[in-house]
Design a protein. Sequence first.
Length: 418
Amino acid sequence: MSRRASRRADGVRRKTRRRGPPGIADVQWRNDAIAITQAIYASTLWDMAREGAYCLPAEKPVGWNSLDDERVADLRDTAAQWASRLSGCAGEVWIYGCPKHGTKKTVCSCCNVPCCPRRERRYSQGWVHRVERLSADLERYGIGLNPDAERVSIPRDCMWMHIEVSPRQRGDVFEMVDTVVKLRAALVRHLRKEYGMIAGIGAIEREGSAHLHVIALCRYVPRSALQHWLRSRDCTVRHCHHPADDRCADCKREKRACHHPEAMPDGRLRARCNGSWYVHIERCYERDKDGRRIKSARTVAGAVREAVKYASKPTKQGKSPHRFTSDEEWRSELEHAREAMLFHLALKGRHRVETYGLLKKRAEGEDDAIDDVEPRQDGEAPRCPDCIAEGLPGDMHCMRYGSREHTRYAWAPPARGS
């Protein structure tokens, strides 16, 4: 978001956040940030494809130890293909704007590589819009904030829950991703069977160790019950009862897994439950007894943004590499890029985000809600969603043209007649 300078009463200049839709400069800067991130990702993928490939016998890239030679060869080819497509992604970009509402849309062709930040950003905006529309519709018809709404077949005791689950760390990133993918499928089955989940979205997150976010419309899920379920999946202690939190006081205080045995009254040492234990649950809204919202808690859309947050923050620092000023920032970013590419390669052939139940259906206006779109087949300009909502044609006007030059775009006014 752009900033504008203002002056306080004491004469000291300061910067305040600009209100309203992003300006042309903001959209140009965002596209430049995507371009340099794509270049870093492509370079990292090329390095992975070549690392050890010319040695006899070929050495595996660092972090690929759990894979057999056949899969390593396949992922090398995939890394090279992704790097080639990323390098040529969105060679030309057009920025369109609505003169009435200030809405901006970027029009370009995307490579659709799973790790492409442009592709991830498009999908994220679509998912957020889908959840917003479903939540609004359900509130209108009995699930949500209006206690006097029309009764429908959906249970009125359902609520939106944001659940974060993390299995214990084991193996390399490929083993962790396999574990979390299986955990996601098992958790969704559990929520459907035990808590009547009728809509949900599950996203695998790469920051730190691989973990899982699920935003579910279901009955209330007690944290202790879900911790017991999670612990029972991978605990190796015989006859363990899998208590919700079996850590000693020191490990609870340090917020870490516990491997210290418990001293029993008769002198024996009891092995503590060693299953995964991290579970975080919160409601997306807080309500009083008659169902009305009583405080502004995290919204459903906010929970979805949290679940897919790194799609719009592809760099570790959360800012464009064009703004890096130190070698330390670059070293950190290159390490982050390598971890991100390993994560996406480990997910090859599987979806990072899955939708379930009522959220599998696309929402009305979902394509219009995305501000980075493919060119229309008929060659027409994109349409402004705000104008469409007001019953206007909504055709937008081309404001800038950009031609990609490796890590930036060369921006110019559009050709006459565009």
